[in-house]
Design a protein around this ligand. Structure first.
Ligand SMILES: *Cc1c(COP(=O)(O)O)cnc(C)c1O
Length: 228
């Protein structure tokens, strides 16, 4: 079941990118929030190498249990007081969107003598329920991050608003792709535009068509999440 879903997504990636999944350069992150370690192991058997979680405590429990044979992604809103629990342990923090968080990551990484890779989350649609820096404030945030030696920006992330017809989200993804290409032409020190993390179960196809090379898919792989 989980394996079938993962195979489906790989096929879609392959179709849209016109290459075998392995050569497509697309990272498929299986979002395992609210799912069990057994579910994750099943996904690993189907070839999943990267998982995403949106809560620090749940992420840490799963990292402790599963260990080093997976890449972990922090994709949710990150409170500054939780930064210390994940720096150096996750492959990417996708949700860097404010100076206070940058300062905290820098402080913790400096103390440990490590460099943390991050994505900057951009709120393209300005929905107030979504986090992320506004487009007009992005440059100032990047200038600030550029002064930090223990953080490396590897790309951008966004969440599109929910549209009944996912095609309607295309403008959001196209806009972030344009910004991504724009920043590529600037010569920042510790800022590279390599990963474009956009697209979830409902809209990942549209995201891929608009340039995503990292998608975060949860419920399509693992089934709907049940919250108590
Ligand atoms: C939950 C979540 C996802 C995955 O959502 P699905 O609709 O279950 O695919 C992707 N990105 C973020 C930031 C999330 O919190």
């Amino acid at each position: 079941m989980i394996k079938d879903r993962i195979d489906d997504i790989r096929e879609v990636i392959s179709e849209i990118k016109g290459q075998a999944f392995e050569d497509s350069g697309v990272t498929l992150i299986a979002v395992s929030k609210n799912k069990t370690v057994d579910d994750i192991r099943e996904a690993m058997e189907a070839g999943i190498t990267d998982i995403g979680e949106n809560k620090v405590q749940e992420l840490c429990q799963k990292m402790d249990e599963i260990g080093d044979n997976l890449n972990y992604h922090m994709i949710g809103n990150l409170q500054s007081n939780k930064v210390k629990d994940i720096v150096g342990r996750v492959k990417l923090i996708h949700s860097v969107d404010r100076k206070s968080l940058v300062k905290e990551i820098e402080k913790r990484c400096k103390r440990e003598g490590i460099v943390q890779d991050v994505l900057v989350q951009v709120n393209i649609s300005k929905e107030d329920t979504k986090s992320g820096v506004y487009v007009e404030d992005l440059k100032e945030l990047l200038d600030f991050i550029e002064t930090k030696e223990h953080i490396k920006v590897r790309g951008l992330m966004t969440m599109a608003p929910y549209y009944d017809n996912p095609d309607d989200a295309a403008w959001v993804f196209a806009k972030l792709k344009e910004i991504f290409e724009d920043i590529k032409t600037m010569n920042y020190n510790n800022i590279e535009m390599e990963y474009l993390s956009m697209g979830m179960s409902h809209d990942y196809k549209i995201a891929l068509e608009n340039g995503a090379n990292m998608i975060r898919v949860g419920s399509y792989i693992f089934g709907e999440r049940v919250y108590n």
